[in-house]
Design a protein around this ligand. Structure first.
Ligand SMILES: [Zn+2]
Length: 54
């Protein structure tokens, strides 16, 4: 995977990688503000956020 030199692009990429909700039932990725899964319509979503500060 090629390194991204543009900080703005890196920020956007990180946002799209992390700012999501994951369905506990089927594992589908949903928008961070989703209240129910777009695939199985379960309301059991968990936020997918990882602290990447190293
Ligand atoms: Zn689901």
């Amino acid at each position: 995977m090629a390194p991204i030199d543009d900080p703005a692009k890196r920020k956007i990429a990180r946002y799209h990688l992390l700012e999501k909700s994951v369905c506990r039932r089927c594992g589908a990725l949903n928008p961070p503000k989703a209240t129910k899964c777009r695939r199985c319509h379960s309301k059991d979503l968990r936020p997918k956020k990882k602290d990447l500060t190293k």
